[in-house]
Ligand binder design. Structure first.
Ligand code: PGA
Length: 222
């Protein structure tokens, strides 16, 4: 049975209080299911509190970050390096299209960030917008997120996403490919049924604890 990743990407939205509310609703519902890994990627400002809440509640919830610095610790004002993030997170989203578009993030930067992530034992989840985008060496986890589908309410079809995932696997060898882009509790099951897809990266629908839980429960039921 393949591992299914259900990953919440909160982007730049929640206060610490809102983050903790979400964890208090979602956390107790999560099961020790070895085939379904549930991850939440909070804002940097909430990472520590979310991690603490997960530890105190003993929840089956991994914590991830949404980005990290291409540099190590040092004189880099405003940056969050992998070493410091790894105090709270075990996974990191890299190369999201919003970073590539709004912050001029290049493939080279994504590669440097992936190296930093690995140096400090963070699993990089590299987002690519098509099968043509290069994936840093040794990446095991990729999210296929076509631009037209991100935050638009206009998801890719599960069949096309599955086909793109197949191409990505063929070009890059054995890695797990997730789909992201307007996933919600209505369409999640159809993406998860695709053989080549190993999970979902969820933005807007992950902000609502109940909606996110519905998606997690679909994954548990497969
Ligand atoms: P969305 O975002 O679910 O709001 O489309 C997905 C993502 O950007 O990872």
């Amino acid at each position: 049975m393949k591992t299914i990743w259900i990953i919440a990407n909160w982007k730049s939205n929640k206060t610490v209080a809102e983050a903790l509310d979400w964890v208090s609703v979602v956390g107790p519902e999560l099961l020790p299911n070895e085939h379904v890994k549930v991850v939440v990627c909070p804002e940097f400002t909430s990472l520590e509190e979310v991690k603490k809440a997960v530890l105190v509640g003993n929840y089956h919830l991994m914590v991830g970050a949404q980005d990290l610095s291409p540099f190590d610790t040092g004189a880099y004002t405003g940056e969050e390096p992998a070493k410091l993030i790894s105090q709270f997170a075990s996974l990191v989203i890299l190369g999201h299209s919003e970073r590539r578009q709004n912050f001029n993030e290049t493939d080279e930067m994504v590669k440097e960030k992936a190296e930093m992530a690995r140096k400090y034992n963070l699993t990089p989840l590299v987002c690519i917008q098509s099968s043509k985008i290069p994936i840093p060496e040794e990446t095991a986890l990729v999210a296929y997120e076509p631009i037209f589908a991100i935050g638009t309410g206009n998801p890719d079809t599960p069949e096309d996403a599955g086909q793109a995932a197949g191409e990505i696997k063929q070009i890059n060898g054995g890695l797990d490919v997730l789909y992201g882009g307007s996933v919600d509790a209505q369409n999640a099951e159809f993406f998860l049924q695709q053989d080549n897809l190993s999970g979902l990266l969820i933005g807007k629908a992950s902000l609502d604890a109940d909606e996110f839980l519905k998606i997690v429960k679909i994954a548990y039921s497969l």
